[in-house]
Design a protein around this ligand. Structure first.
Ligand code: C2E
Ligand code: CA
Ligand code: CA
Length: 432
């Protein structure tokens, strides 16, 4: 019976026995209106120690950890080994959270004292995640899952840390997973649309558009990219989505090419960092241009500063190759990233796009006005075209025009529009 209920290496109760004890503690706590805490402990650097000093030393360390944990706890509490370098501690009869966190802190300090293994001194640390009955779960399995989640939070907050399970954290995780599944499905079903926002020159002529993706969600209607682009970037779905955007924009260019009035319009496409960092980025764009027959001179790619930090040489080479066939490049959100003039000088951009935050505060914040002025002057002196985005008022357009900015995009002229609405807007603007 003892063997079936204990871990052979440390002689601590195993999970089976722990589960029994937690079930019992939950029963008592329910009756007395008290709490039970389940702590999930994980050593921070066990693998390194095991790999460098060998398994025998690793085993010895685990035994010593078990001994120290046991010492810190009272008899009514249970410490058990889950396997590997993971331990679980159950605290019965808890009536105060402060007691739980101070005990967790005590275990951390005790383990932080140096160990002597094979005549060497070494130190280790533990990350601890905590879940409580009844607030965080009504049974052992739920508490275990939640303590485990909290432990992961503790690890990612930077080791040797304690984290209580937080229901909001779980809700966020669940919502995220649901959205991710939805998005994956949406990509398969091509539930996306491109909206087009006009870009105008000083004389009021529409020279092109920026393509902005929208998700046409069956239940939620049109979903903004601010909601799903960051998630798509995190889970890799930005690659198929970005490919769809590029294909659709190229097809649109080909359709417009059949009408003399529309044939000159350019489309600016937003490119994400992970797209640009694909080895096949250049060949993907070239293939799309070829397959759709779009005129490369009408395709503009928007990059942001933050994606240029690494590997300037590779990016320069990619840009140069695409520029050779006529594709142009715009530096989006300029002024908000790691602006380094030395990058700017090396990268063959055609256009700088002043970020909308500077435009927004042009009359209220003298610093923003100064930045806008500086960006325009910089662009002009480097022979680049300059465009301002987020232009909402005529006064802003006038100011920008006064400091030498020749191109504008923003609600003053039009919001991003679905295709047919954009075409109608274009026809009206040109008195066609
Ligand atoms: P962005 O590239 O900076 O796009 C400009 C955003 O500003 C757009 O928001 C646009 O609707 C909005 N905007 C335009 N004029 C005004 C104005 O006068 N006032 C204000 N307040 N806002 C204005 P949207 O369409 O929601 O797009 C948000 C972001 O999502 C984009 O920012 C871009 O980073 C990303 N995004 C959109 N489409 C794509 C895409 O196809 N691929 C990638 N990778 N990212 C995209
Ligand atoms: Ca953009
Ligand atoms: Ca922008």
């Amino acid at each position: 019976t003892h063997l079936a209920q204990h871990d052979a290496l440390t002689n601590l109760p195993n999970r089976l026995l722990l589960r029994d004890r937690v079930d019992q503690a939950i029963g008592h706590a329910r009756r007395d209106g008290r709490q039970v805490a389940l702590l999930f402990l994980d050593l921070d650097n066990f693998k390194t120690i095991n790999d460098s000093l060998g398994h025998a030393a690793g085993d010895e360390l685990l035994q010593e950890v078990a001994r120290r944990l046991r010492e810190t706890l009272s008899d009514i509490d249970t410490v058990s080994r889950q396997g590997g370098d993971e331990f679980l501690v159950a605290l019965a009869d808890v009536d105060d959270l402060a007691v739980v966190s101070s005990l967790a802190g005590r275990m951390q300090r005790r383990l932080a004292q140096p160990f002597t293994l094979k005549g060497m001194q070494l130190v280790t640390s533990i990350s601890i995640g905590i879940a409580l009955f009844p607030g965080d779960g009504e049974d052992f399995d739920t508490l275990l899952r939640h303590a485990d989640m909290a432990m992961y939070e503790a690890k990612s907050a930077g080791r040797n840390t304690i984290r209580f399970f937080d229901r909001r954290m779980q809700e966020m995780l669940v919502a995220r997973t649901l959205l991710e599944d939805d998005l994956r499905q949406a990509i398969l079903n091509e539930e996306f649309l491109l909206y087009y926002q006009p870009q105008l020159t000083r004389s009021g002529h529409i020279s092109g558009v920026e393509a902005l993706v929208r998700w046409k969600h069956a239940q939620r209607g049109i979903v903004s990219p601010a909601e799903f682009i960051p998630l798509a970037e995190e889970c890799g779905l930005i690659l198929p989505l970005g490919a769809w955007v590029l294909k659709t924009a190229c097809q649109q260019l080909t359709q417009w090419a059949a009408y003399p009035e529309l044939a000159g319009l350019s489309i600016a496409v937003n490119v994400s960092a992970s797209q640009l960092h694909q080895k096949t980025f250049v060949s993907d764009v070239l293939r799309e241009l070829k397959q759709t027959g779009a005129n490369p001179r009408n395709l503009k790619l928007e990059l942001t500063e933050s994606m240029l930090v690494n590997d300037v040489d590779t990016i320069t080479a990619q840009m140069t190759e695409l520029k050779a066939v006529g594709v142009s490049f715009s530096l989006d959100d300029f002024g908000t990233g790691y602006s380094s003039l030395s990058y700017l000088k090396r990268l063959p951009f055609d256009q700088l796009k002043i970020d909308q935050c500077f435009v927004k505060n042009i009359f209220t914040d003298p610093n923003d006005a100064a930045i806008a002025k500086m960006v325009v002057a910089l662009g002009i002196s480097m022979g680049l075209n300059v465009i301002a985005e987020g232009v909402e008022y005529e006064e802003q357009r006038e100011y920008l025009s006064g400091i030498g900015c020749d191109n504008y995009q923003g609600y003053l002229f039009s919001k991003p529009l679905p295709l047919t609405e954009f075409e109608a807007f274009f026809v009206k603007s040109n008195n066609l």
